[in-house]
Design a protein around this ligand. Structure first.
Ligand code: TXA
Ligand code: ATP
Ligand code: FE2
Length: 526
């Protein structure tokens, strides 16, 4: 099958021909380069209007046959998408071939899966306007974690605009970082979600205060990419997957790729990053996913082919994948004599006790690594005990060694909630979180792996816990828990309903309203 793909969500006017028999991809791209500042939607659309017909022409000239036309349907800038949509429809009509509308973020993911031959990877999409981690479950890609504010590339580009560098900033930060030294910046991970606003303000301030630009760039990379590597590791740990693929333009960064490679090697997982021409926006990835969708009969009538500027990857029914939906296979019902490995720590059982050691992570800068391990061990010991005093079931603290750093806890429960959550158990979680929140404690990472079940329900792993009375922070706990249920349970809806109902009964209903706001937030803001 030969598929002509068209991409034009923001800056890359691109067309490509994918020949699925020969397994070749030819890509023709004309980039939009803003004269000053970031991407202007109107200017970008003007660029598309001129450049799309030209790149499509070159792609057509490169082949004597086209069986399918695939176009980028969203997410992206509306005015750009409409030009791409019009071009796709016109071409499919002229050639009288099927038309396929591709989700751009799933294309970033599927190109890595396709080229690696991996079966069921978790995917980190690190692009300009997005940053999220996806896993496949029950016929859909699920957002396991994502940015709570801007995309990762946009965050970096905003910093470089502040210092007067031209767009795009990512490659310039990478070049400057080569001569830099480490300085602390805020590090914000909540479960598998993360945010860049605090770190970007701190980076701008550091620059304004005279910190050398090389050092700010170095530290930005060390901090932001460590956050992305950490959430990727959490997603691997939560889903039981052992393959990771990278997607998106920021994936061209060598330091990000090194970190992910190191993280995966340490846990025995496989890592794949496509070559740069498939990482940055390109029509090759649109054509490749377009071919899979066309083969699955997933083409669309012209009248239903409108573009979708806010198209989320989890809205797409995945028609092109067969078979595997790798569920966690290893049993987590009890901590065995072998050290267990969470995302952060190793856990050993010894005589009814659990010994949790935060081992160094080779992917992180040593100073950042030490700071995080120490801060989290302290927070965990303190908040676990505070929560226990409120009557929230948590393991009793038996010992702490801050140098190692290591904590000894009472062993609780017979299984992780992840294995087979029941409505009664998720109701317990709703109640326990409401009790914590009433005392201004935020768990910070309430995933289904951090709840133990048995004759009671316990919350464990308070390493990311902190004190806050903000409704937003309380709602983030609910969001993290809901995402982990949606990402691993076979019938999530009744569980999510029961969880919210019990939280609403025991806690502040305004937190549930805030959860809706978080869920509806414009994640694809550019
Ligand atoms: C919706 C769509 O339009 C959007 N596309 C997009 O953001 O372009 P993409 O090619 O995936 O990524 C561009 C970003 O990638 C960054 N970038 C490029 N090279 C980089 C490098 N070496 N290090 C860090 N960032 C880099 C740029 O600074 C820019 O922010 C998306 O996928 O989110
Ligand atoms: N007190 C405990 N009693 C029983 N089991 C425990 C206890 N503490 C930890 N475990 C088991 O060990 C696993 C990993 O522990 P924990 O979540 O504290 O480590 P982690 O590395 O921070 O994990 P992650 O970051 O993936 O959540 C838990 O999912 C649970 O199965
Ligand atoms: Fe992209």
């Amino acid at each position: 099958m030969r598929v002509l793909g068209i991409e034009g969500t923001a800056w890359a006017a691109s067309a490509a021909v994918y020949d699925s028999t020969a397994e070749t991809v030819s890509i023709f791209t004309d980039e939009y380069q803003p004269e000053s500042g970031g991407i202007h939607p109107r200017e970008a659309a003007e660029h598309m209007r001129e450049a799309i017909p030209e790149v499509v022409g070159r792609a057509r000239d490169s082949t004597d046959e086209i069986d399918v036309v695939a176009f980028s349907r969203g997410p992206g800038l509306g005015p750009c998408l409409r030009i791409v949509g019009t071009a796709g429809r016109a071409l499919a009509g002229t050639l009288d071939v099927p038309l396929v509308g591709v989700n751009h973020m799933l294309a970033h993911l599927e190109i890595g899966r396709h080229r690696s031959g991996f079966d069921a990877p978790v995917c980190l999409n690190a692009s300009g306007a997005n940053a999220h981690i996806l896993g496949y479950h029950n016929g859909r890609y699920r957002v396991l974690g994502e940015t709570m504010d801007t995309g990762v590339g946009n965050a970096i580009d905003k910093f470089t605009r502040h210092v007067g560098w031209s767009h795009p900033g990512g490659p310039k930060v990478e070049a400057a970082a080569a001569d830099g030294e480490y300085a602390d910046l805020p590090y914000v991970v909540k479960g598998m979600d993360f945010s860049f606003s605090g770190i970007m303000s701190a980076a701008k301030e550091a620059y304004d205060d005279g910190v050398a630009i090389e050092d700010v760039c170095f530290s930005l990379q060390e901090t932001i990419f460590a956050m992305l590597a950490e959430v990727s590791e959490r997603a691997l740990s939560l889903t039981g997957a052992d393959e990771l693929v990278l997607g998106g333009g920021v994936g061209q960064n060598g330091r990000l790729r090194d970190m992910l490679e190191t993280m995966c090697a340490a846990r025995g997982a496989s890592f794949y990053a496509p070559e740069p021409r498939f990482l940055r926006d390109n029509a090759g990835m649109i054509a490749v996913l377009g071919a899979k969708m066309a083969a699955a009969g997933d083409d669309i009538p012209i009248e239903e082919s409108r573009v979708r500027p806010n198209f989320r990857p989890d809205e797409v029914p995945v028609t092109w994948r067969t078979g595997s939906d790798r569920r966690p296979t290893e049993t987590t019902s009890a901590v065995t004599d072998d050290p267990q490995r969470g995302a952060e720590a190793t856990v050993e059982i010894d005589d009814g006790n659990v010994i949790k050691t935060r081992v160094p992570k080779a992917y992180r800068h040593p100073q950042l690594d030490e700071r995080l391990r120490r801060e989290r061990t302290r927070a965990e010991a303190r908040v676990t005990s505070d929560a226990r005093r409120l009557g929230v079931s948590t393991p009793a603290l038996r010992d702490i060694d801050e140098r190692e750093p290591r904590i000894v806890f009472e062993h609780v429960g017979t299984a992780d909630l992840r294995d087979d959550p029941t409505e009664a158990q998720v109701r317990d979680v709703g109640r326990l979180l409401a009790t914590l929140h009433a005392a201004d404690i935020v768990h910070g990472d309430p995933t289904t792996r951090n709840v133990r079940v048995g004759n009671r329900t316990w919350l464990i792993d308070f390493g990311l816990a902190y004190y806050s009375e903000a409704i937003e922070d309380h709602a983030m706990d609910l969001h993290v828990f809901s995402q982990s249920i949606a990402g691993t349970a076979s019938t999530p809806d009744p569980l999510l309903g029961a969880f919210e109902e019990s939280y609403r009964d025991a806690g502040d209903p305004a937190v549930i309203d805030q959860l809706r706001t978080i869920e509806g937030r414009g994640r694809y803001q550019s």
